[in-house]
Write a protein that binds this ligand. Structure first.
Ligand SMILES: [Zn+2]
Length: 341
């Protein structure tokens, strides 16, 4: 298979941007292009624009963002076709729990939506943490949404949908210049810039790729789900550190942020999943040995500092950016002097 030279360069530039971002996280400077695409055989045939069924293939995981994206598309008069990728991996049972099965069934029943589930073995094919010590990110943090987009793209082509939507949020749009490169958030796999680049690639085939929530902070997406789409809020399935019999772990960073944002909106965390075990002294579990082991180096350093001394400059403020302002106040008062990240 051979790619059009322009497409070949696009994929390599996406790799360059990933390398620059990872090196910045690791404090390194090894950003010279060292990745190549080896091609052979006939050129890849371009995809011709097909008929338009009016559907939008909407990636759906059951998390806050994809629940809200589906509801927004419906409210705007669109016809979302939900696409779920089931791909178990070592280190998490998030794709295999009864709770997830319940969420996938309920979104169809409550909103009359069709959901197509595609199984993939890709996420189980690598050791996701093999480079986490250097880069502070697992392989799946760089690749998951590329897989979900690819699956939804195939579904879109099969069902004559002209758009693929995958929900994003403002936090992953962070970027800055660094030693001549553009460095993005480590979850740049679904930043608006990445989505726009892929959308441009598939535009000649009549396909668009994007989403509705990317300009919103997570707490704003959470607020939309809680207030505007309250019939769906109990379905939220965001935690990947849960055990097989749980709906969430109630101990991780994600669970705690959700709990405080819910409380800021006047919603009891127990109404969404099973967050009854969230502890007010939220930083304490993370400072335990078991908690520290779950975190990659940069975040682990912050957690240790939380337990032993003053925070590094800006770390407290940056971590709190993820919380709704009222949630920050709740976190401060609930923790009584223990910084909650
Ligand atoms: Zn959790």
């Amino acid at each position: 298979m051979r790619l059009d030279p322009g497409e070949r360069e696009l994929w390599l530039r996406l790799c360059d941007a990933e390398v620059a971002t990872l090196e910045a996280y690791a404090g390194g400077t090894d950003t010279a292009r060292a990745i190549d695409l080896v091609e052979a055989g006939a050129p890849l045939e371009p995809v011709e624009p097909g008929p338009d069924s009016g559907l939008i293939a909407a990636c759906f995981s059951g998390g806050r963002d994809s629940l809200t994206e589906a509801a927004m598309l419906q409210e705007l008069g669109q016809r979302p076709l939900l696409v779920t990728t089931t791909s178990p991996r070592d280190g998490s049972v998030e794709h295999e729990t009864p709770r997830r099965r319940y969420v996938l069934d309920e979104i169809q029943r409550r909103r009359g939506l069709e959901l197509i589930e595609v199984h993939s073995t890709l996420r189980g094919c690598w050791d996701t943490g093999f480079a986490a010590a250097r880069y502070g990110a697992g392989v799946n943090e760089l690749t998951d949404t590329f897989l979900y987009f690819a699956v939804a793209l195939a579904v879109a082509l099969a069902r004559d949908a002209r758009a693929v939507n995958l929900a994003s949020h403002t936090e992953v749009q962070e970027n800055r210049r660094w030693v001549g490169a553009i460095v993005e958030h480590k979850h740049r796999m679904y930043s608006g810039a990445t989505q726009r680049a892929l959308s441009a690639l598939f535009a000649p085939a009549g396909l668009r790729y994007g989403g509705l929530t990317y300009p919103l902070y997570q707490f704003q997406v959470q607020r939309l789900l809680e207030r505007r789409y309250a019939d769906l809020r109990d379905l939220q399935y965001s935690c990947w550190e849960l055990s097989a019999d749980q709906s969430d772990c109630s101990r991780c960073d994600e669970c705690r942020t959700i709990a405080f944002n819910l409380m800021a909106e006047g919603v009891a965390p127990r109404e969404v999943g099973d967050r009854s075990r969230v502890r007010a002294e939220g930083a304490v579990p993370l400072a335990s040995a078991a908690g520290r082991d779950r975190f990659a180096a940069p975040q682990r350093a912050l957690v240790v500092r939380l337990a032993t001394g003053p925070l590094p400059p800006n770390a407290h403020a940056r971590a709190h950016d993820r919380l709704h302002p009222a949630g920050r106040a709740a976190a401060r008062s609930a923790s009584r002097g223990v910084a909650v990240i």
